[in-house]
Every structure is written in structure tokens, then in C-alpha cells.
Design a binder for this molecule. Structure first.
Ligand SMILES: Cc1ncc(C[n+]2csc(CCOP(=O)(O)OP(=O)(O)O)c2C)c(N)n1
Length: 535
């Protein structure tokens, strides 16, 4: 008979979760042995923090859940940011963490800090950043949780702690083959007042978010929405719809949000009805003051998560109607409602600064089906502004909600395990955060663009606005608190990444070189220290 750790891994791999990221350790070595035994893949990352970012990128590129494997104590505590990145973006994930054996797993019981070596309360730490947490301390506990764990693999962020001695427990009888239970279709009715709002509004805008594109049938919903003849904008999390927009489609007005000044935001300001499909309408989308977002509009808020529905109601009060249902069911019920023509606004296009112009060209010229990951700070906003310059830009992902530095190079490598032409766009401030992972870029090639403005550009922008330009800890020259100097080119070349530096606007040859490169390559774009993101 097999033991419990073998059963757990066999079950998870059996459900198609066959790729795991993590770092070795005494309490998880057995789990890793079993991953290999059952033909899964274990990719040993170099710092647990990046494991969740790899899994995030892997999911963004493939829509497949990955697993994380951590040892007790520092293994798990290091891994927290990566788990959080997945949790806040609803990227399904299963984290497996070892724990000391039962007889010394006593810190909780004795109300002391630690009894076993590296005994840390993993589940207490992970509970707020997971949909579900489980302590597996016997065959019985696994047996009672097994259906739930396996049913949730494709949709939830789960953390499973398994005690060292339970991993070794031998099964006395075989588990039954797991069968997934199908969820019931949601059948909420759309009442007449909602239909009337849609029929009679003069200037409606549909907003599509990550929740919309996470639904299986989102492409057919998008086709249906085009028949409605209503303007469509997307959030950063819904950016993937851009690739599916016809060049001639006038209804698509671009990406909206706090860092995306332009056409979509202007239209939303004047709209009298917002139909939000799978968006969260959180601060980075609507700003800090809810009354200022689409001030003239009623809001129909469609979301799969009932807690998000109640939260949005509290924030937008009377003018928001919430419906807890999938976007696709809502779309089916409102087809053929609108005959009115759209009012399209005219606005003057702003001139692009160098990073936005460069990134626009990169997105435009990159090969079809390229996948982009952008990191944090001004670099991220400029990436989205570049994508907003194009009608059908390629897919761009980021750690949308956690916004963690050092995400994009890890996520890009995670995606490169299965896909070609994967790009990482990252600031010079963020590259050092997880640069050790670049060691993997030899096996899993990525194309890197470093936007170099000598430090943390977006932080200096905040410091300029609110702290009288004291750039403590955000550049390399402040006398009282400067960042330590490092050499970007050498950092990249240390990992055998071919690297070129761009100092001016004549970058077209270098851009072509990056797009064509087969092995990992990088361009460092040196830009003005003072460039800002206009909001
Ligand atoms: C892990 C983490 N630490 C700190 C921050 C706060 N933060 C946001 S952007 C940023 C600076 C990013 O600098 P860089 O990557 O060079 O981008 P730039 O703004 O210069 O384009 C900092 C420190 C963060 N988002 N994530």
C-alpha cells in the first residue's frame, strides 16, 4: 500500500495539476520525491517568494493551476508574497507545506512560540490570503477533506499543511476514484427596471474586468456584447479582450483606470449608465472617492462573488444595483435590448513620452501570440498606456492587485515553461528584487525590457507631490538615504542574457533584435530621471 503523501500527490496530479514550484527542505522532500514518481514536474526556484509569481505567470499563460511546495518555517514565510499575489488576483493555486511530527507540533497547545524545529503556524499565516486552508494530520483528516480539495483545484487558492509523520502513514485501503460534482447553473432573473435602464440610457458604457475573462465562455459573451451596440472599456485585468477586438470596431474605447488617462476615462466621466461585468471597481480603477467615478451614472454591477457585490453596494450606495451571477448569463439575458446609436467623444491625443512610445512600438511589432508581463511602478502604468494606444494589443498580465515588485521576471519564466515569445517589462528598481531567478532564463527563454530611470520613478513622483521632493531611498544620489549602486547590464549578463543599452530614440534595430531573438535577451532603455505618469 502507498502512504498518505503519495496519495495526496497522486490525487493532485490526477486532476491535471502537474507543475510545482518551490524550494527543497526536510519537511517537504517526500512530497517532491512523489511529484517525480507520479510524473509531475518540480521546478526548484531560488527564493520561495518567487514561486507564487511563477505560478501566477504560468496560469496567465496556460489557464492551468500550478502547485507550490515549501518546507516548514522560512520556506513558507518566504513564500507569502507569491501566495498573496495569486489570492488577490483569484489565480487558483495549491500550496503544500510540511510540518513537524504530531508529538512535537505543540506550540499552539502550549501557547509557546515554537516546540518543533522551524514549527511555524503556517495556516494562521496563510488563512487571510487563501480561500481554504487544511491541516492534514492523519489519513482520516485527508479522507474527510479530499473531495473539497480536489474539487477546488481549478478555482481556489488552497493551502495544505501536512505533518511529517502523517506523510509517512500507510493507507489501509484504497481511496475511491475522485469524480467532480458539476455546479448548478445560476438562474437569476433580470427585472424590468434593469432592462429599462439599459434600453433608455443615453450614454452607457460596459466595463469588462478579470472576472469576465475568467469565465469559460467569455469569447462568445464578447461577441454577443458587440451586438448590443454599447461602448466597451476594460480594466487592466480585462486587458486580454484587446486582442480580440476588430480594428474597425468603434465601440471599444480602451483601458480605463487611475493610471490610464485618455479616451475610456473621458467617456466614463460622461456616461449615464455603467454596466460592470466581472470588475471589482477598486481604488486603482475608480479612484479614492466613489462619487467622482462616473458621477452621472447608475451602475449595474455583475459579479460572481456575493461579498464583492455587497462591498460594491456599500461603496457606491443607491446608484449601484448588484447582481450576484456570472457575466455570461447576464449577457444572454440582455441581448437585443438596445437600438440607440452610441455617442462617441472627440478628445485630443496626448504626445507619448519615450517609454510609452517605445513600449507601444514593442507591443505593435511583437510576434502574434506574444505574452507580456509588466512589473510595478511607473513602468507598469506606461505599459498599460502603451497598450491603450493600440486597438488589439497582445496579452499583458501583472500582479494586478498586489502590485509587487520583482513579479514580472518570475511570472515570465513561469509562462515560458509552456509558451514562446514571452516578455518581461520591468523597472531598474524592481529587477534586483528577484534577479536570482534569471538563472532559469537560460532554460526557459524570456525577452526583457528594463526601463531605467535611476531608481524608483513612481515613488519619486509621490515624493514630489507630497514630500517636498526629498527622494529618500528612491534614487542613487540622495545624500541622506540613497539606494546602493549596481550594474544592470552586468546583472543580466551574469545569467548569460544578451544585453543592449538604448540611450536615444534610434532604437528600431535593437527592437527588431529583441523580437527575433531565440535565447534570453534584454534591452535596457535609459530614460529621463524626471519622467512621470500622468494621471
Ligand atoms: C515588494 C514591493 N515593495 C515595495 C513596493 C512599493 N513600490 C511600488 S513601485 C516602486 C518603485 C518601482 O521602481 P521601478 O521598478 O524602477 O519602476 P519605476 O516606477 O521607476 O518605473 C516601489 C518601491 C512594491 N510595490 N512592492
Amino acid at each position: 500500500m502507498i502512504n498518505l503523501s503519495e496519495q495526496l500527490i497522486k490525487d493532485i496530479i490526477g486532476q491535471g495539476v502537474d507543475t510545482f514550484f518551490g524550494v527543497q527542505g526536510g519537511a517537504c522532500a517526500r512530497l517532491i520525491e512523489n511529484i517525480i514518481k507520479f510524473n509531475g514536474k518540480f521546478i526548484p526556484v531560488l527564493n520561495e517568494q518567487s514561486a507564487g509569481y511563477y505560478a501566477h505567470g504560468y496560469y496567465m499563460a496556460t489557464k492551468k493551476t500550478a502547485g507550490l511546495i515549501f518546507t516548514t518555517g522560512p520556506g513558507l514565510t518566504n513564500g507569502v508574497s507569491g501566495i498573496a499575489a495569486c489570492y488577490y488576483d483569484r489565480v487558483p493555486l495549491v500550496t503544500l507545506v510540511g510540518q513537524v511530527p504530531k508529538r512535537i507540533n505543540l506550540a499552539d497547545l502550549t501557547k509557546t512560540r515554537m516546540v518543533g524545529f522551524q514549527e511555524v503556524p503556517h495556516l494562521k499565516i496563510c488563512k487571510p490570503i487563501s480561500d481554504e486552508v487544511y491541516k492534514i494530520k492523519s489519513i482520516e483528516t485527508y479522507s474527510s477533506k479530499r473531495n473539497k480539495i480536489l474539487s477546488n483545484l481549478k478555482s481556489k487558492v488552497q493551502c495544505i499543511e501536512i505533518l511529517d509523520d502523517s506523510q509517512r502513514e500507510k493507507l489501509k485501503k484504497k481511496f475511491k476514484v475522485f469524480k467532480e460534482i458539476k455546479k448548478k447553473e445560476n438562474n437569476i432573473k433580470i427585472n424590468d427596471s434593469i432592462k429599462k435602464l439599459i434600453k433608455n440610457s443615453n450614454n452607457p458604457v460596459i466595463l469588462l474586468g478579470a472576472g469576465f475573462i475568467n469565465e469559460i465562455d467569455w469569447l462568445s459573451s464578447l461577441k454577443d456584447l458587440n451586438k448590443l451596440n454599447i461602448k466597451i472599456a476594460c480594466t487592466w485585468g480585462g486587458q486580454k479582450i484587446q486582442k480580440h477586438i476588430d480594428e474597425k470596431n468603434k465601440n471599444f474605447i480602451g483601458i480605463f483606470g487611475n493610471h490610464n488617462p485618455g479616451y475610456a476615462n473621458e467617456n466614463i466621466k460622461q456616461s449615464d449608465l455603467i454596466i460592470s461585468l466581472g470588475c471589482s471597481l477598486l481604488q486603482h480603477q475608480v479612484g479614492k472617492i466613489h462619487d467622482n467615478f462616473a458621477p452621472l451614472a447608475k451602475i449595474i454591477f455583475i459579479n460572481n462573488d456575493k461579498n464583492e457585490c455587497s462591498r460594491a453596494k456599500i461603496q457606491f450606495k443607491k446608484r449601484l444595483i448588484n447582481l450576484n451571477m456570472p457575466a455570461s448569463s447576464f449577457v444572454k439575458k440582455i441581448l437585443n435590448l438596445r437600438k440607440k446609436k452610441n455617442k462617441l467623444l472627440k478628445i485630443n491625443k496626448k504626445k507619448n513620452i519615450l517609454p510609452v512610445e517605445f513600449l507601444t512600438n514593442l507591443l505593435k511589432k511583437s510576434k502574434k501570440d506574444s505574452i507580456f508581463f509588466s512589473d510595478a511602478g511607473a513602468t507598469l502604468s506606461w505599459t498599460y498606456q502603451a497598450s491603450n494606444n493600440l486597438k488589439n494589443a497582445p496579452n499583458i498580465s501583472t500582479a494586478f492587485n498586489l502590485h509587487s515588485m520583482g513579479y514580472a521576471n518570475c511570472a515570465a519564466i513561469g509562462a515560458s515553461i509552456k509558451k514562446n515569445n514571452v516578455y518581461c517589462i520591468i523597472g531598474d528598481g524592481s529587477l534586483p528584487m528577484n534577479n536570482q531567478e534569471l538563472a532559469w532564463s537560460k532554460k526557459y527563454p524570456i525577452k526583457i525590457v528594463v526601463i531605467n530611470n535611476n531608481g524608483y520613478g513612481i515613488i519619486r513622483q509621490t515624493q514630489r507631490m507630497f514630500y517636498k521632493s526629498k527622494f529618500y531611498g528612491s534614487d542613487f544620489k540622495n545624500k541622506k538615504s540613497a539606494l546602493p549602486k549596481f550594474n544592470l547590464k552586468k546583472m543580466l549578463e551574469q545569467y548569460e542574457i544578451k544585453t543592449k543599452i538604448i540611450n536615444n530614440k534610434n532604437y528600431s534595430n535593437d527592437l527588431r533584435w529583441l523580437i527575433k531573438s531565440k535565447q534570453s535577451s534584454a534591452l535596457i532603455l535609459n530614460i529621463d530621471y524626471n519622467f512621470e505618469v500622468n494621471t
